[in-house]
Ligand binder design. Structure first.
Ligand code: BTN
Length: 244
């Protein structure tokens, strides 16, 4: 595994994607940055992270005959890998919030942005971007409900130690993916899915509230909700859980 450590860059995902275009990268090439000047999040959001305090890194992974129809399993192994690494720190109420946020005490501690290269029906490679809030103490956007390891544990955490833990878990879990162990991957993810089987309030895109409970994730990666007797499938960004 090759780790490239940068002081500052626009976005480690953008940098690694660009590198992959210009060179033949080995699988598991990693780029970390102390500071991202234009960090990117899900759904074209920005990813804001205080310089030098947190983990912001991306991993290039190459696949052999990995079908697009199985892409949810990649998302599952990435979030599960961060989850497993974070169990080392005994964070309370650690869970994965669909699709791939990591939560502790109902607050977001990590976000994941996966960008795939496709060829016909296959994903040939991915840039897996991971941002973990580690030693940052103040989060301006109160609505984002973010927290960090330091805020929860009351002490600093070593960035390299956590990076190595995540990369170790990621390598192991990507192996499960290469071995097509989809049912194990699904079980590992659903076992720690935030609010699974707990009746909660959800919001439709036009603001209507409804009660439902998460029962799983469809093959297309949509969240499956059960409302009274019917099952509903929601795509990312189409519903919002209004955590109670
Ligand atoms: C999200 O929850 O919205 C996803 C956030 C992903 C942030 C990481 S930080 C490293 C990598 N580079 C980026 O520009 N984004 C990802």
């Amino acid at each position: 595994m090759k780790i490239i450590k940068l002081n500052a860059i626009d976005s480690t995902n953008s940098f690694l994607k660009e590198m992959a275009v210009n060179a033949t990268l080995d699988s598991f090439t990693v780029v970390t940055a102390k500071e991202q000047t234009s960090g990117r999040g899900q759904m074209k959001n920005k990813w804001i992270s205080e310089a030098g305090k947190n983990l912001t890194f991306s991993v290039f992974v190459r696949f052999d005959k990995f079908k697009i129809e199985n892409q949810k399993y990649l998302s599952f192994v990435v979030s599960r890998s961060v989850f497993e690494a974070l169990t080392t720190y005994y964070l309370p109420k650690l869970a994965i919030k669909w699709p791939n946020d990591i939560m502790t005490v109902n607050k977001k501690i990590c976000g994941v942005l996966i960008e795939n290269s496709l060829q016909k029906e296959y994903i040939t490679s991915s840039v897996i971007g991971i941002g973990v809030n580690v030693n940052q103490e103040i989060f301006n956007d109160e609505l984002s409900k973010a927290t960090s390891l330091k805020n929860i544990l009351g002490k600093e955490v070593d960035l390299d130690e956590l990076l190595n833990l995540i990369l170790e878990r990621l390598q192991e879990n990507i192996q499960l993916l290469n071995d097509k162990e989809f049912s194990i991957i699904e079980e590992n993810y659903l076992n720690v899915l935030y609010k699974k089987n707990i009746p909660s309030m959800f919001k439709t895109p036009n603001g209507e509230l409804f009660m439902g409970k998460i029962i799983g994730v469809s093959q297309e990666g949509k969240l499956q909700l059960e409302l009274d007797n019917e099952t509903l499938e929601e795509g990312f960004g189409e519903t919002k859980s209004t955590t109670s």
